[in-house]
Design a protein around this ligand. Structure first.
Ligand SMILES: [Zn+2]
Ligand SMILES: [Zn+2]
Length: 173
């Protein structure tokens, strides 16, 4: 766990550069695998109660093409510009608080900034939602599973509904 006591952040800011093992971060994204270390380059700066964190996170992720299911490696280069705010004190039981508007803020507790939450969150959000191996991936034949990027198969193409209308029309002649 990477955590920084706020007392150790000097006025001019604290540059950090380290590499995190993805296995340590519990990056649960369906279909995505993180095989490379996560390179974190951030500078933490104190501003009153808030600690700003700016820099980049770089890694790469292996995903499955949504069309042909081949694996592809997607490099991630994530700009970070966020801040840690002091965690609000717990409310007495039975009271509720509206969630904060700025969802991209993080919180710290006990004067310690835990960077793992930030790194985990930023990396998960950067994983492509519907990755495709290439823009014009032809996908798999729905009938035999042939990868249509590699070659064609002998399956009849599914009947086009537009032709069915014409066929009905010609039958009526
Ligand atoms: Zn594909
Ligand atoms: Zn086929």
């Amino acid at each position: 766990m990477t955590q920084i006591p706020i007392a150790e952040i000097p006025d001019e800011g604290l540059p950090l550069s380290y590499s995190e093992d993805p296995a340590e971060l519990d990056l649960a994204v369906p279909g995505a695998r993180f095989l490379q270390p996560i390179a974190v380059d951030l500078i933490l700066v104190k501003a009153a109660q808030a600690i700003s964190a700016t820099g980049r996170i770089k890694t790469s992720v292996t995903c499955e093409c949504v069309r042909c299911l081949s694996r592809l490696l997607v490099p991630l280069d994530i700009p970070v510009a966020t801040q840690f705010l002091p965690a609000l004190p717990p409310l007495p039981p039975g009271e509720y608080r509206m969630p904060p508007d700025a969802a991209e803020d993080y919180y710290y507790q006990d004067d310690v900034v835990v960077l793992d939450d930030l790194v985990r969150q930023e990396v998960i959000l950067a994983v492509p939602f519907r990755p495709q191996c290439r823009g014009d991936c032809r996908g798999l034949c729905p009938q035999c599973g042939q990868d249509l990027n590699v070659g064609t198969c002998a399956c009849a193409p599914p009947p086009d509904p537009r032709w069915a209308v014409l066929r009905e029309y010609l039958k009526g002649k």
